[in-house]
Structures are given as C-alpha cells and as structure tokens.
Write a protein that binds this ligand. Structure first.
Ligand SMILES: C[S@@+](CC[C@H](N)C(=O)[O-])C[C@H]1O[C@@H](n2cnc3c(N)ncnc32)[C@H](O)[C@@H]1O
Length: 281
C-alpha cells in the first residue's frame, strides 16, 4: 500500500506553519534548518530588500556569545535570564557561559512553539550548572518573574545578567518596552547587568524600513520595529554602560577589529549596562 504523506510544511506537529515566525526567520538568516516555507519565503524577501539582514543576524549571534563570555570573565556573572532565546544554534548561551565557568545557570524564555520543542536541547548543562526553559511572553514580564522554574533555578540575592538579544524590536511600543526592561531589572541584585541588542534603520532608513515591513506585510506572528540609537540607548536608563557603549554589534569589543562601514556592517545596536544597585530604573 502506498504511504500517503502530507508535504513537510503541513505536518510538523501542530505548529502554525502558514505564518512566518521571527524565530524561524532568524534561524534561516543563521543558515539553520529549523524553518518552514512561510518563514523561508519571508526571510528571503527581507534579504532581497536588505542584503544586510542575514549578515546582521550572524553578527548579532556572535555579539551575544562575546557578551556572555565578557559577563562571566569580567563581570563575574554566573546566572543568566535570556529572553527571546531563539531556536538552539550551537554554541548556545549556556555553552558559552559554562565553557568559562561550569557552574553558570541559565533560564531561557521564548514564546515560539518551535523553540519549546527544542527546549530539551537547551536543558543540556554541565553537572555543576543548570538550565531551565520557560514558555512565556516577554510582554508579560510579571508572569515570567512569578514562574517557579525561574525562582528555583536562579538565586535573586546574587547578580544575574538579563539578556535581551534581538528581541526588543518585536515589541511595537517603545514606552511599553522600557517598562518591560524596568520590570525585569527591578528584582535583580547589585552587580547585575543588562545585555541588549536591537535592530535599527539608522544606517539606511528606506532599505531597513522596507525590510522590516515584510514582517507585517507577510503576516508574521510579530511585527518588527527598528529603533534609533537614542531610543535603544534609552533602554539602558539607570545603567552604567560598559565601553564602548551602545554601538553596532560588530563594533562591540570585536575579537578581530571589524571593517567599520563595510557592506556587512550590522544594522543592530548592542550594549551592556551594569544595572544600578538593583533599582532597575
Ligand atoms: C531574532 S531571534 C533572537 C534569538 C537570540 N536571542 C539571538 O540573539 O541569537 C528573536 C527571538 O525572540 C522571540 N520572541 C519574539 N517575541 C517574543 C515575545 N513576545 N516573547 C518571548 N519571545 C519572543 C522569538 O520567538 C525568537 O526566538
């Protein structure tokens, strides 16, 4: 008897594959394999309008890993709360952190069911460390903070790095995004840090704006709002920024000095701030 199979994009276990999801589009920019036709087509359209999109995503991922190593080595951080984790891409945040200090603990948060399906891969930790995954929405920060998995995995009397890498641009309203960062920062102990990166249209507003519009035009599950340098900087209010401040991610403490101004310059700003004594203001 002949086997009747649906095309791959129609049978991936209950995920809505008819709409592009930011996590799967990002996976495509990173040359990953966990993406479906709708996401691939949307990502291709973004890349057609702005060829810088995929290199920017790859620069952002490299920035996140450099930042994590910096936080463990230079700031003495051993605990991470990573909001908007993305589909696992090796090395993942916990691997970068635990490579430097095996006891590092990481709580991952995302609202994409595909990331949830891969959560077990994110849970692999060193014996001394720990990883947890929380399926939750960034726009409900109080819910994230109240989750027992978070409270059990992390010690809030000790410093924690709040990582928001390439996720803030999926919140439309800047004032709301600032509130979210403040809410998540507030319970963090002195010595805690905020590591945040965010898409920008500053370098070519027409091109970047047209690319960002694809998320809305192709009905992605979240729209994309690029922000100016001043707006991204405002997310660090109350923090002492570490050098070099908020800069294109490829210029943030590169291991190899970046070719500033090249066609591959990242259209994503990133920075690290030391949160002021847990006030989170
Ligand atoms: C561009 S990816 C970034 C992945 C990873 N942080 C990195 O920088 O490599 C953005 C991630 O944020 C997640 N995300 C978007 N909106 C979210 C929300 N409201 N709550 C939680 N996660 C969200 C997406 O599902 C996706 O996995």
């Amino acid at each position: 008897m002949r086997e009747t199979r649906l095309p791959q994009d129609e049978q991936p276990g209950g995920f809505d594959v008819t709409r592009p999801h930011p996590a799967r589009m990002y996976d495509y920019y990173l040359r990953g394999k966990d993406n479906y036709a709708a996401g691939r087509e949307a990502a291709e359209e973004v890349m057609r309008r702005a060829p810088q999109a995929a290199p920017s995503a790859r620069e952002n991922r490299a920035w996140m890993l450099r930042v994590v190593r910096y936080l463990v080595r230079e700031e003495g951080i051993r605990q991470f709360l990573d909001i908007g984790t993305g589909i696992p891409t090796e090395p993942n945040l916990h691997q970068a952190a635990q490579e430097v200090a095996a006891e590092c603990r990481v709580v991952y948060v995302d609202n994409d069911p595909v990331v949830l399906a891969h959560a077990r891969a994110l849970m692999a930790s060193t014996d001394e460390g720990r990883t947890e995954y929380i399926d939750a929405d960034l726009r409900e920060p109080e819910d994230i903070l109240a989750r027992s998995e978070l409270q059990v995995a992390l010690d809030f009397s000790r410093p924690i790095a709040l990582v928001m890498s390439a996720v803030g641009h999926f919140v439309d309203d800047l004032a709301r995004l600032r509130e979210i960062v403040t809410t998540l920062s507030k319970p963090l102990a002195p010595g805690s840090c905020l590591a945040l990166s965010h898409a920008t249209a500053d370098f070519d507003p027409a091109t970047a704006g047209a690319a960002a519009a694809v998320y809305g035009q192709l009905r992605a599950t979240a729209s994309m709002t690029p922000r100016t340098h001043a707006e991204v900087l405002s997310l660090f209010d109350g923090c002492a920024l570490v050098e070099p401040g908020v800069v294109p991610v490829n210029e943030w403490r590169p291991y190899i000095p970046a070719a500033v101004g090249s066609a591959e310059s990242a259209w994503i700003y990133g920075g690290v701030g030391e949160i002021d004594g847990g006030t989170g203001a």
